[in-house]
Design a protein around this ligand. Structure first.
Ligand SMILES: [Cu+2]
Length: 122
């Protein structure tokens, strides 16, 4: 009987190790994407990050206001870089070569519009 207990115990450990490995493998399948956006201020940051939080397959997004680079952590099985850029566009901002959705852009606060930012520089 003691041997049987040992075998069961060893079996439980094997199952645990296999389970842990599969969880780690899932984490490894998450990818990172960097997108150049037309954002201007911390309000833009909130708008974009809030919008992306509702998108499927995106676990985390973080915008660096100074560089305008948006870093997105996503699951490649659930979404694609194309879809993510489109989501950024739908929030009113350019995403790399994808231009901002005009309707969403119109709804942005005045300070968040790239036209105004360019005018202020002149
Ligand atoms: Cu802004």
């Amino acid at each position: 009987m003691k041997n049987l207990k040992k075998i069961l115990f060893a079996g439980a450990i094997v199952v645990l190790v296999l389970f842990t490995n599969s969880v780690t493998a899932q984490n490894a399948s998450s990818a990172e994407l960097k997108i150049k956006t037309s954002s201007i201020c911390t309000m833009c940051k909130k708008t974009i990050e809030k919008h992306l939080a509702t998108e499927k397959g995106i676990s985390k997004s973080s915008l660096d206001v100074d560089t305008k680079i948006l870093t997105v952590n996503y699951d490649p099985k659930k979404t694609t870089p194309e879809k993510i850029r489109l989501a950024v566009s739908k929030s009113g901002y350019d995403a790399d070569e994808v231009k901002a959705d005009p309707k969403a852009y119109d709804k942005l606060a005045g300070c968040c519009k790239k036209e105004n930012a360019e005018m202020e520089k002149k």
